[in-house]
Ligand binder design. Structure first.
Ligand code: PLP
Length: 230
């Protein structure tokens, strides 16, 4: 399957899932996850309309940044505090803030760069040991602390659901995320503008959108299987 065909299929499914949740396709951002993908293939996707790209490693954003102009970058993977300084002037949204320490470092670097940074708080909904993200029961407390940092704007929540061959099994996590999102939104915290629920990947994005996701992060579904050998 070509990238164009893959994108057509995703567009149809997104349209359908958006309708099921009372929304339109245009209410959902398709974030193309370009990790491990080479520049020519990413450019194909960009030409087909993918103008926002997600990477999970700082180094990979830095390598691709100048080669792919006219796009916006999202950092979606675990971020080490010592790497924040390299991307603070390059990314539109950091999806993976899961500690106050990381929030403070982003805030400090933003102060120097004289900007503010939009962030999502990453929640480990299923409590998987291998995954980063704050525990669901600690998410509100973390948001309250992060909301004291003037250089950050909390834009919502992000989760990476478990891989499950039956995507329907993740519906419970997406529902809980939406509830948590609504509760935090209702707190009306400073430096907070709860707009985005980043959840759903190739395997489960339709279920995620049905439950309220407005950003889906899709890699394999667009570019095909990743090759980590290179
Ligand atoms: C790799 C990755 C994705 C995309 O995964 P696919 O299953 O290839 O769609 C989404 N989110 C994060 C955080 C990732 O690291």
């Amino acid at each position: 399957m070509s990238i164009a065909e893959n994108l057509r299929e995703i567009e149809e499914k997104l349209t359908c899932a958006a309708q099921k949740s009372g929304r339109k396709r245009s209410d959902i951002l398709l974030l193309a996850v370009s990790k491990t993908i080479d520049v020519p293939h990413i450019k194909q996707a960009v030409e087909l309309g993918c103008r926002e790209l997600g990477e999970n490693r700082v180094q990979e954003i830095l390598e691709k940044y100048d080669q792919i102009p006219g796009v916006e970058w999202h950092l979606i993977g675990h971020l080490q505090t010592n790497k924040v300084k390299y991307i603070v002037d390059k990314v539109k949204l950091i999806h993976s803030v899961d500690s106050l320490k990381l929030g403070e470092e982003i805030s400090k670097r933003c102060e120097k760069a004289d900007r503010t940074m939009d962030i999502l708080v990453e929640v480990n909904m299923a409590g998987e040991e291998s995954k980063s993200g704050v525990a669901p029961e600690d998410a509100k407390a973390l948001c309250r602390e992060l909301s004291k940092l003037d250089r950050l704007c909390i834009k919502g929540l992000m989760t990476v659901a478990p891989y499950d061959p039956i995507p329907e099994n993740n519906r419970v996590y997406f529902k809980k995320m939406k509830r948590l999102f609504d509760e935090i939104k209702a707190e009306d915290l400073p430096n907070t503008d709860m707009q985005h629920l980043s959840m759903g990947m190739t395997n489960d994005y339709e279920v995620a959108v049905e439950e309220g996701a407005d950003i889906v992060r899709i890699g394999t579904g667009i570019f095909g299987a990743r090759d980590y050998s290179k």
